[in-house]
Write a protein that binds this ligand. Structure first.
Ligand SMILES: Nc1ncnc2c1ncn2[C@@H]1O[C@H](COP(=O)(O)OP(=O)(O)OP(=O)(O)O)[C@@H](O)[C@H]1O
Length: 364
């Protein structure tokens, strides 16, 4: 029995990608299928970074095709290609940056910066080129979380800035440019947005697949103006389960909706407390609020992080959980969130092109 391309399609249609939840034919990931006698070769193009999963995906694809009666040698080249996606209308794109993810929160102190840095590091761990812009002008904490406190960015031409690097990601923060991060900044709104836009655009981002922006907390004028001026692909809203945080997170959702930025999903931080001594789990701040909000607003619940002493300790010492304890459960949760975010971004382009009307020119 000889094998046909249609047989290969059938085999691939029965395989669901663990991240997109789609099969490799309908998602158009399978390409270049070549059948030579009973030998098969093909490419699988993933639109999201998946370094830790490529081997497993390749093994499953090969096994599915090898199961076809009479199959000979099978080779699958699984690779990642991250492309640029659309942003709000009329906003200028950023050279050297393919996609921007804004990490925001309705109120301060919910763990937005901790989530942003771990999300950035998790995307990098999955093989993406990542940048992190600390736009939290009222409390720039990324220099400390990345172990870069006291360092200053260089400028080669006296005009633009080279991002600093830590744990394999590029980073820029207003904190690098301030003499004393302890003193609160007394800036008016327009000054803040202007400074941040400049910091964003005057940094020489180098071929970044995802630029994660740690936004200033809240939903005031500054945040709104930033959301209108920065070319954002999608936003992640961080909340804790308390009612008061959830009310503010809803305001965050509405703000992004207003300026036409899609919500990639919600992260619930400090979801449960796990006692570091006995392992007992407790819902200190309430239970199920984040998930309920996602249902009400039809947005995705990206994941929940526990309130854990180690998460704070590692962030404080410049080695956030994803790099400080890569095998821990929270690191796994951050990576799963990162993959969900990347898959949602990859899906976005397809959604848009699918909506594009077919234009047929008729010669009469
Ligand atoms: N899941 C967690 N478990 C334990 N501590 C956490 C967790 N998430 C964040 N923290 C700690 O809580 C504090 C506030 O977190 P973070 O700075 O990320 O919040 P934020 O929302 O960015 O705050 P701000 O609005 O002030 O910028 C930090 O000390 C951080 O280490």
């Amino acid at each position: 029995m000889t094998i046909s391309v249609a047989d290969v399609h059938t085999a691939l249609q029965s395989l669901i990608d663990p991240n997109t939840q789609k099969d490799y034919v309908s998602s158009k990931a399978a390409r270049n299928i070549k059948v030579d006698g009973n030998d098969v070769s093909l490419d699988i193009e993933l639109g999201y970074p998946a370094k830790t999963q490529i081997d497993a995906i390749r093994t499953r694809v090969i096994a599915a095709i090898k199961a076809l009666p009479g199959a000979g040698n099978v080779s699958a080249n699984v690779y990642v290609k991250i492309v640029s996606h659309t942003v709000q209308r009329g906003v200028k794109l950023l050279p050297g940056v393919k996609n921007i993810i804004a990490v925001a929160s309705g109120k301060g102190g919910v763990g937005k910066s901790t989530t942003a840095v771990n999300l950035a590091l998790a995307l990098a761990q999955e093989g993406a080129t990542v940048g992190l812009l600390d736009a939290d002008i009222y409390g720039p904490s990324q220099p400390q979380m990345l172990g870069l406190a006291g360092k200053q960015p260089e400028s080669k031409d006296g005009q633009s800035l080279e991002p600093l690097e830590a744990h394999g990601i590029q980073a820029m923060s207003i904190g690098f440019l301030l003499e004393d991060v302890e003193t609160p900044m007394v800036w008016r709104g327009p000054m803040v947005t202007q400074a941040l836009e400049q910091l964003l655009r005057d940094t020489n981002w180098r071929d970044v697949d995802y630029l994660v922006i740690d936004m200033p907390p809240g939903t005031g004028d500054t945040q709104l103006t930033l959301s209108q001026k920065v070319p954002v692909t999608g936003a992640v809203v961080v909340t804790t389960p308390q009612d008061i945080a959830l009310i503010d997170a809803r305001k965050g959702l509405k703000m992004f909706e207003k300026v036409g930025i899609p919500i990639l999903g919600i992260v619930e931080n400090m979801s449960i407390h796990i006692c570091s001594k006995c392992g007992h789990e407790e819902h200190i701040f309430g239970h199920g609020g984040g998930e309920q909000m996602c249902k009400d607003y039809d947005v995705e619940f990206l994941g929940a992080l526990p309130l854990e002493l180690a998460i704070r300790e590692m962030a404080d010492t410049g080695k956030p959980t994803v790099v400080g304890a890569p095998d821990s459960r929270p690191a796994e949760i951050y990576r799963a969130i990162a993959r969900r975010v990347a898959v949602k971004i990859a899906d976005k382009a397809k959604d848009l092109t699918a909506k594009f009307p077919n234009i047929v020119v008729q010669n009469t």
